[in-house]
Design a protein around this ligand. Sequence first.
Ligand code: CP
Ligand code: NVA
Length: 332
Amino acid sequence: MPVSLSGRNFLKLLDYTPNEIRYLLDLSRNFKDLKRTGTPHRYLEGKNIVLLFEKTSTRTRCAFEVGGMDLGMGVTYLDPGSSQMGKKESIEDTARVLGRMYDGIEYRGFAQEIVEDLAANAGVPVWNGLTTEFHPTQMIADIMTVEENFPQGVKGLKLVFMGDAQNNVANSLMVVCSKLGMHFVACGPKDQMPEQDLVNQCKEIAAQEGGSVTLTENVDEAAAGAHVIYTDIWVSMGEESDELWKKRIELLEPYRVTQEVMDKADKDAIFMHCLPSFHDTKTTVGKQIAEKFGIDEMEVSDEVFEGPRSRVFDEAENRMHSIKAIMYATLK
Ligand code: CP
Ligand code: NVA
C-alpha cells in the first residue's frame, strides 16, 4: 500500500510504522541526490513555516531553515526569548495563532507534552525538533547514515548507545532501532537507563520486528560485535548545573567511547554522535570542565571523534536532507 504522511505531525517515532519510517528514509536519500546534483526542488513554494526554539541549536535550526528555503518556503525563526509563548500566552493559544499563519510548526523545547499540546491545537503539522524525552528528526538522519555505511540494510545490526542512556537521543534510538528490527543496547550505569515503560514498549516492538533491546552496565559485552557505537553529551540542555556535571562525570567516565571500546566492536563498526560533542577543550564548557574536574574529553575521546570510523559530520549533513523529507512528506 502506498504511504502518505500528508497532514501528519512528527512528534515521536512511536507514532510511526516501520513502513512509514522506511518511506522517510528513502525520501531523505532522494533529497540528498537532488542537492548533490544541484537539481532544484522548490516543491513547497508558497508555503510558510515557523521554527519555535526554547533551547539553543545549530544543526536542527539550520536544517529546517535551509531545508525550508530549498523547498521554496518562507521561514520564520523565533528564538528562546522572543515569542510570548509560555510567558504571556498559553501553548494552546500560541498554537491556534501560528496555525492560522503558517503551514507547519517546528518546536524545540522542554516536556514532550508541550509539543503534543501544540500539535493538538495548531491544525497544521507540528514537528518535534527535540524535547526532554525525544529527538525524532535526529533519528531519520542517523539511520540514513547507518544505511550509507551498511547498504545491505539495518535490520539485524547492533547499535550501542553508551553513556547517559536515559536522555532524549537514547530514548529515540531505542524506539527507531526497535521499529527497524535492529539490536539496540543501552550501556551505562543502572541509574541512567531509559524509563521501564518505554523499555517494555520497545522490547515488544523489537520482538515483532526481529530485533532486541538490551540494557547493560558492561562495556565489553555491549561493544562486542557492535556495528554502531553511539554516544551523546553527559548533561543535556535544560538540566545543566555544577553538581550535575560532577555527578555525571563520576558516573559516566567508565562509559567514554575510546579507541579501546571501538576495537572491541565489529571490524566495520562506525562511531556516531548527534553533536554537539565535548571531545576536546575548544569550547567554553569544555574548558570549564577541564579546569574544574581535570578531564579534557568527556563522552568520546578526541582520537575516536577525529578517527577513521567517525561519521559524525555525515550524520550532521544528513539532518538537512532528512528534515527536508519530513517537511515535504507532511506538507505536500
Ligand atoms: N543534534 C542536534 O540536534 O544539534 P543542535 O542542538 O545543534 O540542533
Ligand atoms: N541530549 C542532548 C541532545 C542535543 C542534540 C540535549 O538534549 O541537550
